[in-house]
Design a protein around this ligand. Structure first.
Ligand code: BG6
Length: 485
């Protein structure tokens, strides 16, 4: 479907890493698929390139490599590049914003300002836009991390909120744009089958893992001041948790969905600082081997302080204080340089209350739903079945929905979906201010405690993190999914 109307997409940080890897490739894909209105324009804004010609050269050199696994369609690429204009702008120079306003004067349609810059620039850019009247009838997209803690995120939200109304603000969490996350909504709210089971009476525990093989890449500086709790838990993991645990919304409109997610975030059981060591594990990778390749320790990565205490791994036990989930542990986990790249949600249902079929009916590995977000998006329902032959011997089997086999079309990348949503004015997959505040409030005691004392536990790169993460689950008579296999 093509965007509803014409648009001008103004990209601040036009030569940054995010623009190169995600935003411009996603816009190209949408263009190639015929999803952008023909008159829509992209206006890249940056300080480094002199003019449009040199910017386009940069785009050719840096963006093409990140476009479509299937390769670049040269015709589509050429017409995509035709959409791109360039404004050289120094954020500190008020006259440059006048220049930007003039450059946008003849552009019609929806105006989007995408701030693919560090969060410290969000407020100055918004002020400068307002000073030349560019905040009117516009949408603004803010990348994470939005702030460093509750106070700084409130300060940014207050300042941006004085210039743009909440309906104009699109806070990106790219996990919400992933196809399988959308599918989780379809699975939960399109099928009556799961709803009666989706609660404390039938669910024993839930695990949500986002594991990465990558380290901090070229972002050591940024990451060392951020850590996994801010980079992944406060946003991606808590957003996934809220979608898994939310009540059925009245409709899929933006506020119905976000109201329900907010209720979950507000119902998270506050963490008592004295209990943090029981419910939270932090780790930092040491040198190790991943798929046969040696990788260095976090503390020796460029941009990282040698005595850094920043966590590259977090595992948490979370509880939700409401009727549906009281007493059900949610185990969240994320880390860099782990044994595998995988993001998945595991719903462990309770075993049968009495096994008429013998002890094998109580074995692990059944009564489980695994939603694999990446790679190889699948939904798998594990059940017990009788093994062929004599006797009643049971074995775990699974019913499989592999999306790429069922729906032959390719999946849409998260950024592509989210950028189209911004252009079309759909807010449902963007984080509302109150959700963000609730998430910061909940993580803050852990942030404070970790900043004040102790060090992360070491783990070798290429493993599943510190042993303490397994011990935490063992206390609840369970284990991480990969430990069962
Ligand atoms: C980003 C984090 O938000 O998500 C990165 O800043 C992380 O550190 C990335 O690598 C993971 O996203 P994905 O889509 O590759 O799982």
């Amino acid at each position: 479907m093509q965007t509803d109307s014409s648009f001008t997409f103004v990209l601040f940080g036009g030569t940054g890493d995010l623009s190169m890897r995600k935003i411009l490739p996603a816009l190209y894909e949408a263009h190639r698929a015929g999803m952008l209105a023909a008159s829509g324009k992209i206006v890249a804004v940056a300080r480094h390139e002199e003019d449009r010609a040199s910017y386009l050269q940069w785009v050719n050199e840096h963006v093409k490599a990140h476009v479509a696994k299937s390769g670049v369609d040269e015709n589509a690429w050429a017409s995509f590049v035709d959409r791109i204009e360039y404004v050289k702008l120094d954020l500190g120079r008020a006259e440059d914003f006048v220049k930007l306003r003039d450059a946008l004067q003849d552009h019609s349609g929806t105006r989007v300002f995408y701030l693919a810059t560090g969060p410290s620039l969000f407020v100055p850019i918004c002020h400068a836009l307002a000073s030349v009247g560019l905040n009117e009838n516009a949408r603004i997209v803010l990348e994470k991390p939005l702030g460093y803690d509750l106070r700084s995120s409130n300060a940014i939200n207050d300042a941006v909120g004085e210039i743009f109304s909440e309906e104009q603000i699109y806070r990106i969490d790219h996990y919400l744009g992933k196809e399988p996350v959308q599918n989780l909504l379809a699975l939960r709210f399109g099928n009556a089958l799961f709803e009666p089971l989706w609660r404390r009476e039938w669910v024993e525990s839930i695990q949500i893992t986002i594991a990465e093989e990558l380290g901090v890449e070229a972002r050591g500086d940024f990451y060392d001041n951020t850590g996994a709790l801010r980079d992944m838990v406060q946003n991606h993991l808590l957003q996934l948790l809220s979608i898994v645990a939310m009540e059925p919304p009245h409709s899929m409109d933006s506020d119905s969905v976000r109201d329900e997610k907010l209720r979950v975030l507000r119902a998270l059981k506050p963490i008592d600082p004295r209990d943090i060591s029981k419910v939270a594990v932090r780790g930092q990778y040491h040198a190790g081997v991943i798929r046969g390749t040696s990788v260095p320790a976090y503390a020796t990565e460029p941009g990282v302080k040698p005595d850094s205490t920043t966590e590259t791994f977090v595992a948490l036990k979370v509880e939700i204080e409401n009727w549906r989930w009281a007493g059900v542990p949610f185990f969240l986990r994320t880390g860099k340089r782990l044994a595998d790249r995988v993001a998945e949600i595991v719903v462990n249902f309770r075993a049968v209350p009495h096994s008429a079929l013998g002890a094998s009916a109580l074995r692990a590995g059944a009564n489980r739903l695994v939603i694999r977000l990446q790679p190889n998006e699948t939904i798998r329902l594990y059940c017990l079945a009788k093994k062929p032959g004599e006797g009643m011997n049971l074995s775990s089997v699974h019913l499989d929905l592999a999306f790429d086999q069922f729906f032959k079309e390719g999946q849409m990348e998260a950024y592509q979906r989210l950028l189209l949503d911004v252009i079309n004015g759909r807010l449902a997959l963007f984080v509302r201010r109150d959700e963000q505040e609730a998430a910061w409030k909940w993580v803050e005691p852990i942030l404070n405690e970790w900043a004040a004392s102790g060090k992360p536990k070491p783990y070798a790169a290429g493993t599943w993190g510190p042993a303490a993460a397994s011990a935490m689950l063992a206390q609840h008579g369970t284990c991480w999914l990969e430990e069962e296999n």
